[in-house]
Design a protein around this ligand. Structure first.
Ligand SMILES: Cc1cc2nc3c(=O)[nH]c(=O)nc-3n(C[C@H](O)[C@H](O)[C@H](O)COP(=O)(O)OP(=O)(O)OC[C@H]3O[C@@H](n4cnc5c(N)ncnc54)[C@H](O)[C@@H]3O)c2cc1C
Length: 495
């Protein structure tokens, strides 16, 4: 016998109708289930205030919502779409529909946790329940702990414990999809007077180049990418470091907005682990999905990382500041550092909202350890630009590069942007894609044009300082300065 007469599922970063924990539990526990999505002005207004009216993520969400509504209709339901402050809209909607309980999937970001606590208490005051579920990750919060019952702060033992838990008798349960279709008859039918999904323009936003980039939103886009990637999973280990190759899955934006479930992906990787040729690639890819769980867990247990270093000693580092630092930062953002691989990476980000993982590490390291700029500046810029921006993973990546995070790279390990370029884009294919003005330069010199003989530059039509910048800094000098800058940490580590 269902426990509730009427429930409401509040969709947030889980824009799909299959394998959805909150929807599954609501359908099982209720006679009638309504579904809602809110274009939350608490998130959208700051973008509009900053003049950021062309945001690929908003277009992606918008189009994913249209598909979600269509798919719910195929199952006999529909999506109620509202535009307003979610903290007010959800309790108001619950009152209007006479809802007994609101169901949602847990969000681990500090602001989202605050919002959910406020919504839950407003609902409770009106006699309505709040039910939240694990959905975004395979293991959350305290599910993976050290033997002494503490959260892990080093990845490899965390990963080993993660894999061990999956190998127990209960393990397969964690990868099981949540059934929806079986209970779909309980979805509330579409209202007689269907509400309209507001258009992008009504929300205050403009179309972006999402379609030109061939990014297909929604569940259909995610499924197509997964089908494209699975036959390539066996090559992942070799191909994943080379930005000119199609070596990755490009699923991050879909994971961000939940147009595919993490269980679908982890299950696919786990199964491929036992398929001879694909096994080693699948193991490395699964490991990346575990990094994702790891960073969610870190953010949950250490919410201070959103503002400060994971390791407090690193807050003592003095970063470059003032007008010169501003100019260096602007040059980095604009892809004008004079280091071709860094510049191509930054242009990839600007033009597409995506940056290859190897390049995220190189570009972040360059900002922090070559330009001496606070990792939080770069973190903020990535947060604005990345289609797949996720607080937990982005913060984890930046703190890793700054050496201030959990299991970060040691402070004295400093990527050389030229060597990285020679190693991971040896033929300059990626560089030429984003910096056509360097096309004519040979593979030997494309990684450091300022070292090329004048004749080579002339033949290639390159005028350094005019149509391609001179390097902002000399890496060897910058490296020495960084080691001095980090001396405060060294001291603290020795004490
Ligand atoms: C400075 C920096 C910032 C980053 N910011 C983000 C971010 O905002 N959002 C984001 O999703 N990832 C971020 N990453 C991690 C990683 O770069 C991206 O997840 C990856 O490039 C996405 O491409 P893909 O989907 O093709 O990845 P694949 O290589 O196909 O990996 C599959 C999935 O695994 C997860 N994953 C892979 N690598 C990592 C990682 N190092 N940490 C956590 N999860 C990972 C992602 O969900 C990814 O979609 C960042 C990394 C760095 C170094």
């Amino acid at each position: 016998m269902p426990q509730f007469e009427k429930s409401l599922v509040w969709f947030r970063r889980d824009l799909r109708v299959f394998d959805h924990a909150a929807l599954h539990h609501a359908l099982k526990a209720s006679k009638t289930v309504f579904c809602a999505f809110v274009f939350d002005t608490d998130i959208l207004q700051p973008l509009l205030d900053a003049g950021l009216t062309a945001d690929r993520r908003i277009e992606f969400i918008h189009d994913s919502i249209v598909e979600l509504d269509l798919e719910l209709r195929k199952l006999g339901g529909a999506l109620i779409v509202r535009h307003g402050s979610a903290a007010d809209v959800i309790p108001a909607l619950a009152r209007q529909l006479d809802i007994n309980a609101v169901f949602s999937n847990r969000d681990y970001e500090p602001q989202a946790r605050q919002r959910d606590a406020a919504v839950a208490s407003a609902l409770a005051a009106a006699g309505c329940g709040w039910q939240s579920f694990k959905d975004q990750v395979i293991f959350e919060q305290d599910e993976i702990l050290t033997l002494s019952g503490q959260p892990f702060s080093v990845f490899t033992p965390y990963k080993n414990a993660w894999m061990k838990k999956l190998a127990t008798a209960d393990g397969p349960f964690f990868l099981q999809p949540y059934q929806i279709e079986k209970y779909a008859a309980r979805l509330a039918p579409p209202p007689a007077q269907p509400g309209k999904i507001p258009g992008l323009a009504e929300l205050g936003f403009r179309e972006t180049n999402l379609r030109t980039l061939k990014i297909t939103p929604g569940m259909s886009g995610a499924t197509a990418l997964l089908e494209n990637f699975l036959p390539r999973i066996g090559n992942y280990e070799e191909a994943r470091n080379f930005p000119a190759l199609k070596g990755l899955s490009y699923l991050s934006i879909h994971l961000r907005f939940g147009t595919i479930s993490i269980r679908t992906l982890a299950r696919a990787a786990y199964q491929a682990l036992h398929h001879g040729a694909a096994a080693s690639g699948a193991a490395v890819w699964l490991s990346e999905l575990i990094w994702r769980d790891f960073y969610f867990m870190i953010l949950y247990h250490h919410p201070h990382v959103a503002q400060r270093a994971f390791k407090p000693d690193y807050d003592a580092i003095q970063w470059e500041n003032g007008q010169h630092a501003q100019l260096l930062f602007q040059a980095w953002c604009a892809g004008c550092t004079g280091y071709p691989l860094v510049d191509a990476a930054m242009l990839q980000l600007k033009q597409s909202g995506y940056m290859h993982n190897r390049l995220r590490m190189v570009a972040a390291s360059f900002l922090i350890k070559d330009l001496g700029i606070d990792w939080r500046w770069g973190e903020r810029y990535f947060a604005e630009q990345l289609n797949d921006f996720d607080l937990a993973a982005n913060n984890g990546g930046w703190q890793w590069a700054a050496s201030s995070g959990c299991d970060a790279q040691p402070y004295f390990r400093i990527f050389n942007p030229v060597t990285q370029s020679e190693k991971f884009d040896a033929e300059g294919k990626f560089i030429r894609r984003y910096l056509p003005q360097l096309t004519g330069l040979g593979n030997k010199h494309i990684h450091a044009p300022w070292l090329a003989p004048a004749k080579d530059l002339q033949d290639a039509g390159i005028r350094l300082g005019e149509n391609y910048p001179l390097p902002l800094v000399q890496h060897d000098d910058a490296r020495k300065q960084t080691l001095q800058r980090y001396a405060v940490v060294k001291k603290a580590l020795e004490e």
